[in-house]
Design a protein around this ligand. Structure first.
Ligand code: RET
Length: 277
């Protein structure tokens, strides 16, 4: 199978056992759902911007940036899927086509390069830091966010062909991720000080939502190996599972998170006497 080079496991499955109609379509549908939700979210963030006081609106603007970039890149990702596999009438399954683009999740990673710093900056425009400095947290978010993604991007090319390189890049990426989690916990703890109980509750929810949704990404990265390279997941179940996981993660980490931040900003705006005109 040398001829596939550094291709990801989806291509190896597509070359050998192929995909059933159900597996192939589930991925095509879930990828389409993914970019459709981003377009819907775009309208939500534009239409609700005036429900919050001007000083909180940068958070909505950043959500708009996230929605546009995710919409475009997830659209490209969906096209990549449908272009990579072709239905073989004789065998009744989808196989990797001859002379087509191989499938790779790289579009996602490049989308994260834009979205991860935006999502991390966004909360800084809603909460007030009591001890930490805005610019210091912002720069650290940016540094570890891009570090995490670039190292993960390189690692994913080796998921089949070089497990040592895969694990090494994955580990470096995880160190950046741990740093992000520590920073985010600090931002949320400081942000909870002196705000109404309902806003504190929403910030708590944001923390758990953040933890849950961001952890799904390394889960999807590891997907083909969760049951060992030759295990149950190294096949169609792993392929469908990975795209499902990514889509759930995208909707929660970008859209639901942005909506929760809008809710916190609405509570704070109201408390500060802001009225929508
Ligand atoms: C990688 C590589 C393996 C180790 C870790 C990873 C973490 C990725 C994360 C991505 C978050 C993306 C978001 C995108 C939203 O648009 C890179 C998969 C820890 C946490 C939130």
């Amino acid at each position: 199978m040398e001829q596939l080079g550094n291709a990801t496991f989806e291509n190896y499955v597509g070359l050998t056992q192929g995909l059933s109609e159900m597996g192939y379509q589930m991925v095509a549908h879930v990828l389409t759902l993914g970019y459709a939700v981003m377009l819907a979210g775009l309208f939500y963030f534009i239409l609700t911007i005036k429900t919050v006081a001007p000083k909180y609106r940068t958070s909505s603007v950043l959500s708009v940036v996230v929605m546009v970039s995710a919409f475009l890149l997830l659209y490209a990702q969906a096209q990549n899927w449908t272009n990579s596999f072709v239905f073989d009438v004789e065998r009744g399954r989808y196989f990797l086509g001859d002379g087509v683009d191989l499938f790779n999740n790289g579009y996602r990673y490049l989308n994260w390069l834009i979205d991860v710093p935006m999502l991390l900056f966004q909360i800084l425009f809603v909460v007030s830091l009591t001890k930490s400095k805005f610019s210091s947290i912002r720069n650290q978010f940016w540094f570890s966010g891009t570090g995490m993604i670039l190292t993960g991007y390189v690692g994913q090319f080796y998921e089949v062909t070089n497990l040592v390189a895969f694990a090494a890049w994955g580990t470096i990426s995880t160190l950046f991720f741990i740093h992000i989690l520590i920073l985010m916990k600090r931002v949320i703890n400081e942000g909870k000080e002196g705000i109404p109980a309902s806003a504190q509750k929403a910030l708590n929810t944001i923390w758990y939502l953040f933890l849950f949704s961001w952890m799904l990404y390394p889960g999807a990265f590891l997907m083909p190996h969760l049951a060992g390279i030759e295990g149950a997941l190294f096949g169609e179940a792993g392929i469908v599972g990975r795209q499902l996981t990514y889509t759930i993660a995208d909707v929660t980490s970008k859209v639901i998170y942005g909506i929760m931040l809008t809710i916190v900003a609405q509570i704070l705006s109201q408390k500060e006497g802001y009225e929508q005109k």
